[in-house]
Design a protein around this ligand. Structure first.
Ligand code: FAD
Length: 400
């Protein structure tokens, strides 16, 4: 490919922090809160202009279950705090009454501890909480490079309205969803082999009632496809989510599908009008860290000595996974850890670990550890676990 060599330039170090959180989705919010609560100076860098990532800008407003589907809560800590925060001004749907109002075990068995929230309330409340905990937020700021020396990131390069700048860092949490900092710093990464289906969820109003249109269904992992569960997708084309041109093409296709759907509905209902469309691409699985360890969907109910939290399987009742700390960090860059969509899981586990509660669980563990160390592999995981337990997190399935 043709290329040019840019001029060398001085890049001013405009910020310095203990912990840089790359990306302000649910994982980044959880990581920033937990690092700040450990006393770290935290800078959260977010390319869009509100907090929440896919959950807010992406209009993915279903906070999937904190329970195992059999009446037992498994995800705690910031994961539960953020669920409650998301409905501070009321739930849009699926209010989990037995879970929030002292229901019986039988009632909890029938209702999953999940909720539909309003994305705008959640984004603003999360932002207020971050600021109140001392997190400095930089919106409209893209992370474009990482300067690594002696296997540690020393500076993260950002670009925003002020131009290109450097941030001096001690530890970094990659919560970009796409493992951008891993890629930029030379950490090992893997891509999602199945690629993403087209989706474009949006809100519309009809007869004075606002609803969420789930345009583009959830994908079924290749290894779970059967003749019976084959679903019809919006388009046959699939997207890596890692190519600028391809993402733009995906967005334009999604916008057109949305418009087609609205025009179709307006033929019978003149009040049918769109009120909100996603402002970041709706991509589920793109790129992840190639971690020190990789978790697989078959490892349900398996105990790990370095567990940092628990998640359930949103698709089924029963399965519970302990999250080993080793799936959050990689083999090359010592002071880089991941949280959320880009932790180290196999393709089949990825469909379980990518959802909002799991992003909050891994975010909390990543944030606390980032405040504790600049070398994750050397961290005494018992200290991290003690801190998590002190904050109400359950680490073993047998503790629930
Ligand atoms: C169509 C669809 C439907 C889904 N349905 C559900 C559902 O019903 N329930 C559920 O719980 N989950 C669902 N999910 C999954 C879930 O929404 C996301 O996986 C989860 O919210 C991801 O959180 P995250 O913080 O890891 O990543 P993200 O939400 O992707 O946040 C990453 C943040 O990093 C920012 N960022 C990225 N790169 C950079 C960079 N280089 N510099 C600066 N900032 C950067 C982004 O702007 C973004 O705000 C769905 C996902 C999709 C796409």
């Amino acid at each position: 490919m043709d290329y040019i060599i840019e001029k060398q330039r001085e890049t001013y170090v405009t910020h310095e922090c203990d912990v840089l959180i790359a990306g302000g989705g649910v994982a980044g919010i959880a990581a920033a809160l937990s690092a700040a609560r450990s006393g770290a100076r935290v800078l959260l860098v977010e390319k869009s202009c509100i907090a929440g990532g896919l959950a807010t800008s992406g209009l993915v407003t279903l906070y999937l279950p904190l329970c195992d589907g059999k009446g037992r809560q498994v995800s705690f800590g910031i994961c539960e705090e953020l669920l409650r925060l998301s409905i501070k001004h009321g739930a849009e749907a699926r209010y989990p009454k037995p879970w929030l109002e002292n229901g019986t075990k039988e009632e909890k068995e029938k209702t999953r501890f999940e909720v539909r929230f309003n994305p705008h309330f959640f984004a603003i409340e999360a932002e207020k909480l971050l600021i109140s905990e001392g997190v400095k937020i930089l919106y409209g700021t893209l992370i474009v490079d990482a300067v690594v020396e002696n296997k540690k990131i020393k500076h993260v390069i950002i670009e925003n309205k002020s131009g290109r700048q450097a941030v001096k860092v001690r530890s970094v949490v990659d919560a970009t969803g796409d493992a951008d900092v891993c890629k930029l710093s030379g950490e090992g990464t893997k891509e999602f082999s199945q690629k993403n289906v087209l989706a474009n969820w949006y809100y519309y109003i009809s007869n004075s009632e606002v609803s969420l249109k789930v345009l583009g269904v959830a994908d079924i992992p290749d290894d779970e496809k059967t003749d019976e569960n084959n679903v019809e997708y919006l388009s046959n084309k699939r997207f890596t989510g890692l190519d600028g041109d391809e993402i733009s093409q995906m967005l334009c296709m999604g916008h057109q599908k949305m418009l087609d759907e609205i025009i179709k509905n307006r033929k019978s209902d003149k009040t049918h009008t769109p009120v909100a469309m996603p402002s970041i691409p709706q991509l589920r699985m793109t790129r992840r860290i190639d971690g020190e360890y990789t978790l697989d969907a078959t490892q349900k109910h398996k105990h790990f000595d370095d567990s940092v939290g628990l998640i359930s399987d949103w698709r089924k009742r029963g399965p519970v996974y302990e999250i080993p700390f080793r799936i959050l960090y990689g083999k090359k860059v010592k002071n880089l850890i991941t949280a959320g969509r880009c932790i180290s899981t196999t393709d089949s586990m990825w469909d379980i670990s990518r959802v909002i509660p799991a992003c909050a669980v891994t975010g909390e563990a990543a944030g606390i550890s980032a405040a504790m160390t600049d070398d994750y592999k050397s961290l005494d995981v018992k200290l991290l676990q003690a801190e998590l337990v002190g904050r109400g997190v359950k680490l073993k399935e047998s503790d629930c």
